[in-house]
Write a protein that binds this ligand. Structure first.
Ligand code: NAD
Ligand code: UD1
Length: 310
């Protein structure tokens, strides 16, 4: 473990703030760069003197350069996390999701920082491998600006690895859920939206027939993997799926939520969203080869933790 601070871009968001907590608990100091577009200062333990929050944009190259001074490693999470938001605003999304990555790569090269963890996405596969577990060699067909920016970011990180000695650990997250995933935006993760609305007895909107499936991963399991990648003596090339090879339809998810709340509010059905992926389930053999993940959190346990009933 290095004494130098870890820079976490997007550290005030859902995944980032959990990572910040875990890093501080392991004795790291942490610098967060976040424009607070969806993240919140309240997600962070700002009273901890080892934590510094810099409010600003990863698309601002001068700022990214400056904020990296003295850092030992980078975890690059800052992005518009919503696939649908990217469909509505491709240009704004590209600034954050691609230019931001390029700025991080350039600043790392300039400062001689090597290790970077990157949050790519299962979205890069599009609908390829439909219904089957998707391994990392499955052809990539990004269907949305979000997915295209993630895939392009992966390629640039790999270029900086080959050309400039960066050590990128690229992860293709499947659907991560847990506390602090903001339920207030319609573009947030489905579990946070459905559980919040069930708790408040507000109508739930189901896009499509509800038979689309996702491979949901509880946040604590992801954080385990990220910490190992940060501290690994070396990083092998090639992206790694972070999924559990478990598939849950939204209809089944609603049943689980109904059981927890003793019923559901009204469920309103709307057309499937543009660019929405039908089935998504990870072949996670590479994840299991490279990292230790003791017993992945079950959906029942994850939902209980999310609702504070664990
Ligand atoms: P989030 O919205 O909670 O976190 C993203 C953070 O980045 C927020 O704090 C936001 O304010 C910040 N941000 C956005 N644009 C920025 C910019 N231009 N400059 C600086 N900060 C900016 O979402 P999350 O779920 O925590 O996602 C974190 C990362 O993981 C994202 O890159 C996302 O694409 C990726 N990811 C998430 C999931 C998931 O299921 N949650 C799955 C695959 C990939
Ligand atoms: C999610 C992540 C994305 C990540 C991808 C990887 C978020 C916001 N999105 O996208 O960053 O790259 O996983 O697999 O974290 N739905 C409803 N009603 C709602 C909300 C959603 O029916 O109110 C449906 C959607 O149409 C979709 C499914 O639920 O079919 C999942 O949606 P969402 O949680 O937004 O996730 P992804 O689009 O899979």
């Amino acid at each position: 473990m290095s004494d130098l601070p870890v820079l976490v871009t997007g550290g005030a968001g859902f995944i980032g703030s959990h990572l910040v907590d875990a890093l501080l608990a392991r004795g790291y100091s942490v610098r967060v760069l976040d424009n607070l577009s969806s993240g919140k200062p309240g997600n962070l333990p700002l009273g901890d003197p080892r934590l510094e929050l810099v409010e600003g944009d990863v698309a601002d190259v001068g700022l990214v350069r400056g904020v990296m001074v003295g850092c030992g490693a980078v975890v690059h999470l800052a992005a518009v996390a919503s696939v649908q938001a990217s469909v509505i605003d491709p240009v704004g999304t590209h600034r954050s999701n691609f230019i931001g990555t390029l700025n991080v790569c350039e600043a790392m090269r300039e400062h001689g920082i090597r290790r970077v963890l990157f949050a790519s996405s299962a979205a890069v596969y599009g609908n390829n491998g439909e219904g089957e577990a998707i391994d990392e060699d499955t052809p990539k067909t990004p269907l949305t600006p979000y997915a295209a920016d993630k895939l392009a970011s992966e390629h640039y990180l790999d270029f900086y690895r080959r050309q400039h000695g960066l050590e990128p650990a690229i992860f293709r997250f499947f659907n991560i859920y847990g506390p602090r995933q903001d339920p207030s935006s319609p573009y947030s993760g489905v579990i946070s939206i459905f559980t919040e609305r069930a708790a408040k007895r507000l109508p739930i909107t189901l896009f499509g027939d509800g038979e689309q499936t996702r491979d949901f991963v509880y946040i604590a399991d992801l954080i385990e993997v990220l910490l190992q990648a940060l501290e690994a003596p070396q990083v092998l090339p090639g992206a790694v799926n972070v999924g559990l090879n478990r598939s849950l339809s939204l209809n089944r998810l609603l049943e689980e939520i109904s059981a927890l709340f003793g019923g559901l509010p009204e469920v309103r059905r709307e057309a499937a969203r543009p660019g929405d992926i039908r089935h998504s389930r990870a072949d996670n053999r590479r994840l299991m080869e490279r990292y230790r993940l003791a017993e992945p959190t079950s959906m029942a346990a994850g939902l209980a933790c999310l609702l504070g009933r664990a």
